[in-house]
Write a protein that binds this ligand. Structure first.
Ligand code: SF4
Ligand code: SF4
Length: 476
């Protein structure tokens, strides 16, 4: 046995009297006893290398040589302690060497019938002219998606806007074509559509349900919250119209909440949307760089709300039920899978966005931002532009990430939010208070996972789902 070890960073934490160690590089997560906790504390204070003799010297007197040796051995198996000849490998970005992408977000409409107070997309126009994509262009995008996807097993197509239901013939053309192509190729197709919900009719809902489209409805909570900012172009709140449409059509929809400085009571909001019948609810803080963005005090309130919702999740799990709050489900599921992230999401890697002019973008939020144009419908993803995008956005370019215990759970945070929050002269960096919020969220995820594992482990397999290309808002 070697006399020296390299030490992987470990994040120690306590939850309701139990002590845990989370291995930063590998996302391994274990409960530790008193000796393990003492070893973790020792390692946390003693740099990236340690001598076996020093460990025994520090711990034997209190815990006994045999118990210390056993614990050191367990930490070697966990790869927290590595012999010097073994290279320490950390998760890196999946550098795409394959052309194409598995996931296309299609901007079928750059127009909207609402005027939400926080819209990041210029009320659907993304800085350009209002308009909708022609059905022929949508079909061409879908063909390019399948032609370039090669033998990828699962293809994702999301219809997006502005408001996509303003372009229903285009939505139908894209979905019909994608289904035909998937039937022919034998690939699995996952369809999604994000809507404000005000234009849902029985006809539209039937078509979407028949085609197994996951419908996400943007709604910010009960009327007193939602109607402050989500308003029709001609005035008036949207809550009742959306709820009536969802109920009348019977559509099984997911609700997507945007949290703002004026709406931080996320526990009340999420519970109310679950109560009125949404099959799942997810939340994300607004990030536009304007006055509605959440500051440290509001983010702390949101985290308190998430803690209350974690209690709900554990209580539901004890009754054998899955609490349908996407954010916590996603993080618990990520921890259960031991999934590390070298990048926060699929943007520019396996996820791209296409617009009505045939331009291809790093993701749906970057449409219209010239720095984020990665190619075209005709030419596909330009490898040089993609390489540059990934180089610029890898978390190793964000100094704060290097010392952050949550870095391989987080992957460096949403690039779009990073751009919005970056100080002048810095390419993409999240605000320190937002990172505190993210770390608080991941810390809560670890604690919640440990509780479900202890109290209702049979529910864990039902929380595990496929990771989305965009990690906003599921898990942030
Ligand atoms: S929480 Fe912040 S510092 Fe930590 S990995 Fe995420 S973006 Fe980086
Ligand atoms: S997490 Fe952010 S950068 Fe990534 S796909 Fe989603 S919106 Fe785009």
């Amino acid at each position: 046995m070697s006399g020296r070890y390299q030490v992987r960073p470990v994040f120690p934490f306590e939850d309701r009297g139990r002590r845990f160690a989370f291995v930063v590089d590998t996302a391994a997560f274990v409960e530790v006893d008193e000796v393990g906790a003492a070893l973790v504390d020792h390692l946390a204070c003693n740099g990236t290398e340690v001598a076996l003799a020093a460990l025994h010297e520090s711990l034997d007197a209190r815990h006994g040589r045999g118990a210390v040796a056993e614990t050191i051995d367990a930490f070697r198996r966990l790869e927290v302690l590595l012999p010097p000849e073994i290279p320490v490998i950390t998760p890196e970005a999946r550098v795409p060497i394959r052309p194409g992408a598995a996931s296309l977000v299609l901007h079928v409409s750059h127009d909207c019938n609402l005027r939400c107070g926080y819209c990041y997309a210029d009320h659907g126009r993304y800085g350009g002219e209002a308009g909708t994509m022609s059905p022929e262009t949508a079909v061409a995008w879908v063909d390019q998606l399948f032609d370039r996807a090669g033998d990828r097993k699962v293809i994702h197509l999301t219809l997006f806007g502005g408001e996509p239901l303003l372009a229903m013939p285009t939505v139908r053309a894209a979905i019909d074509r994608a289904r035909a192509r998937a039937r022919a190729s034998g690939q699995e197709l996952r369809l999604g559509l994000t809507t404000n919900g005000t234009l849902l009719t029985e006809d539209v809902a039937r078509y979407l349900m028949e085609n197994r489209v996951t419908v996400s409805v943007s709604l910010d909570g009960p009327a007193d919250v939602n109607d402050r900012l989500r308003r029709f172009a001609e005035g008036g709140g949207t809550y009742q119209a959306v709820l009536d449409a969802v109920r009348r059509t019977g559509i099984r929809a997911v609700a997507r909440i945007t949290l703002t400085r004026r709406s931080t009571d996320v526990a009340r909001i999420v519970r109310s949307l679950i109560e009125v019948g949404f099959v799942e609810v997810g939340a994300a803080p607004v990030a536009t760089g304007k006055e509605l963005d959440l500051g440290p005090a509001e983010l702390a309130k949101v985290l308190d709300g998430y803690r209350a919702l974690a209690e709900d999740l554990v209580e539901w799990a004890k009754r054998g039920k899955v609490f349908p709050f996407s954010n916590l489900k996603a993080v618990v599921s990520q921890i259960e899978r031991g999934e590390t992230r070298g990048m926060p999401c699929g943007a520019g890697i396996e996820l791209v966005a296409g617009d009505m002019n045939g331009d291809l973008w790093a993701c749906h939020r970057f449409v219209g931002d010239a720095r984020m144009r990665l190619g075209s419908m005709q030419g596909g993803v330009d490898p040089a532009a993609r390489f540059e995008f990934l180089q610029e956005h890898h978390m190793r370019t964000r100094p704060a990430c290097g010392g952050c215990w949550a870095r391989f759970l987080c992957g460096g945070g949403c690039h779009h939010i990073a751009h919005v929050q970056s100080p002048a002269g810095v390419a993409a960096q999240l605000d320190a208070s937002f990172c505190d919020f993210l770390r608080g969220f991941y810390r809560l995820g670890l604690g919640t996972y440990a509780r479900v594992l202890e109290e209702a482990p049979e529910v864990l397999s039902r929380l595990v789902g496929e990771r989305e290309g965009c990690s906003q808002p599921t898990g942030l």
